[in-house]
Design a protein around this ligand. Structure first.
Ligand SMILES: [Fe+2]
Ligand SMILES: [Fe+2]
Length: 189
């Protein structure tokens, strides 16, 4: 990822999509413990990325872009489906024979979702939202993402931050959302 202060929110999110694409590729080649570890990393990265979109980006797109309501509702529906696909994969476990087939289906769905965002949502955001606001939105996404580290801290496994991003995907997504909302609320107080 090449996050810099000057990046706008579209560049930041497209970079994250590329990182997600790369991790899906790495996962397909991995075996054993490495596969389990990569799957957990992918769940954390997706929880943080999708939740930041839901809290910071989709609300602006809903108001500003053409057919914003329909575009954003479709993206939210896909994000919800992705969460549930990840939850089923987690319950199944990466060693089961069906895991790889279902993982490929989740990969297709999640990468298509990212492409639809880039094509139908982000490109319109660039047209409808001024450059300064797009940069402020990038700051807000980065601030939201800092509340939820993409890795548990190795030395403090029992810390709140460590627990935030560990465990079953639905719980990880919920905790990341709560942490981001808390951060946004504090920012407004
Ligand atoms: Fe998304
Ligand atoms: Fe995305």
């Amino acid at each position: 990822m090449t996050a810099t202060r000057e990046q706008d929110v579209v560049e930041l999110l497209v970079d994250q999509h590329n990182r997600i694409r790369q991790m899906f590729g790495e996962m397909e080649k991995a075996q054993g413990d490495r596969k389990r570890e990569l799957f957990e990393d992918l769940v954390r990265l997706l929880a943080v990325h999708e939740t930041a979109e839901e809290e910071v980006v989709h609300p602006v797109a809903r108001r500003k872009i053409e057919a914003g309501e329909q575009v954003v509702d479709a993206r939210l529906h896909e994000e919800d489906q992705a969460k549930h696909m990840l939850a089923e994969l987690y319950d199944l476990g990466p060693d089961k024979p069906e895991f790889d087939i279902r993982f490929r289906a989740a990969k297709e769905a999640i990468l298509q979702h990212a492409e639809r965002e880039e094509r139908d949502e982000f490109s319109s955001l660039r047209e409808k939202v001024d450059a300064n606001q797009l940069k402020r939105m990038a700051d807000a996404v980065r601030a939201a993402e800092r509340t939820a580290p993409t890795r548990p801290h190795p030395r403090t496994p029992e810390s709140a931050a460590g627990n935030l991003v560990a465990g079953p995907p639905l719980a990880v997504f919920d905790r990341v959302r709560d942490a981001m909302r808390e951060m946004v609320k504090k920012g407004k107080d």
